[in-house]
Design a protein around this ligand. Structure first.
Ligand code: ZN
Length: 322
């Protein structure tokens, strides 16, 4: 794991950007994964993406004046899909102003640096491979259990984006086609509807009537509250996490059959409930995946925390420079 440090950089520094729907985190990262300075602020939500470009450019200008060392590239991870030329954001539900905007070209011009664009889940997978739970592995899948369920795939040490930039969408693989639950993607029964923080809250709310003894109430229900209740032994909460684990296991078993990765790294807020969902996840995997695969694929909690994407973005830029 990386830490804030102030040592001279070997191959220079990457201006790495974790562009989230809510928060914007920018850091200067060296080729050992040390973060020399880090800035966190709210993501500008202007109708024009140029407001965001200016915010990034101002940070870069300031850090150049502060002379942390030579900045050799910029790398931006975005919460959405990027086109196969890695130049244009194709979809970003939480940052609609970026859609179809040529972010790469505009940033290159404004920053005077080569720019790498990458989907956030792919960047997180790279970060975990470089400095986290997947160190030393080459075939890595990362699964993010957050507001939704995201996925990133690295094969042979390189991000696998697919022919149309849409690979890794494990959250939108079907795990229960007859559930009647519609996903925002248009499909029915997506993994995201069972294993995301949003799903934890929905499933808890739906089950309240069946568990009159439950300590939870429908007011201000959050995944964290369900988790806290589960740790205290609340039956409703335990049932919800078991259900999430089952569906996650079903999704991961299919993923193993197709990709056969060395490791699946799980991150995102729901991972805090690992002890509550993991037994059912492992159970489903052992029943569904090929035995040899199920026994060998490692499933691990992420280790880079909030920095996975930022570090992965930096690694991608260093790879590109080479
Ligand atoms: Zn879906």
């Amino acid at each position: 794991m990386s830490e804030i440090a102030a040592e001279p950089a070997g191959k220079g520094l990457v201006f790495a950007v974790d562009l989230g729907g809510t928060h914007l985190r920018i850091g200067l990262v060296d080729d050992a994964g040390k973060i020399h300075t880090l800035l966190k602020r709210h993501t500008p939500k202007d109708d024009s993406p140029l407001v965001l470009v200016e915010a990034l450019a101002n940070a870069a200008d300031e850090w150049r004046r502060a002379d942390y060392g030579p900045i050799i590239a910029a790398s931006v991870m975005v919460p959405g899909a990027v086109d196969s030329g890695q130049a244009v954001v194709l979809s970003a539900p939480n940052l609609p102003s970026l859609i179809n905007f040529g972010l790469k070209a505009v940033l290159q011009e404004r920053l005077g640096l080569p720019v790498v664009l990458e989907n956030d889940a792919n960047a997180a997978a790279m970060g975990e491979m470089w400095l986290g739970a997947a160190r030393g592995c080459r075939d890595v899948v990362s699964v993010t259990l957050g507001t939704g369920v995201g996925g990133g795939i690295v094969l042979g040490g390189r991000v696998w984006r697919g022919a149309h930039g849409a690979a890794g969408e494990i959250g939108h693989t079907t795990v229960d086609p007859f559930s009647g639950l519609k996903c925002k993607c248009g499909n029915t029964g997506c993994l995201e509807l069972f294993a995301s923080a949003t799903a934890i809250v929905r499933m808890a709310r739906e089950s309240l009537a069946q568990f009159p003894q439950a300590t939870l109430s429908s007011d201000d229900l959050t995944a964290e509250k369900v988790y806290d209740a589960g740790r205290e032994g609340d039956e409703l909460a335990l049932t919800v996490f078991k259900r999430a684990g089952k569906y996650l296991g079903i999704g991961l078993a299919s993923l193993m059959s197709v990709i056969d990765p060395e490791i699946i790294v799980i991150n995102g807020g729901v991972v805090n409930g690992w002890d509550l969902f993991a037994p059912d996840m492992y159970q489903e995997i052992s029943e569904r995946a090929f035995q040899a695969t199920a026994q060998q694929v490692k499933i691990a909690r992420a280790e880079c925390g909030d920095n996975a994407g930022l570090l992965g973005a930096a690694r991608l830029a260093f790879d590109e420079m080479e």
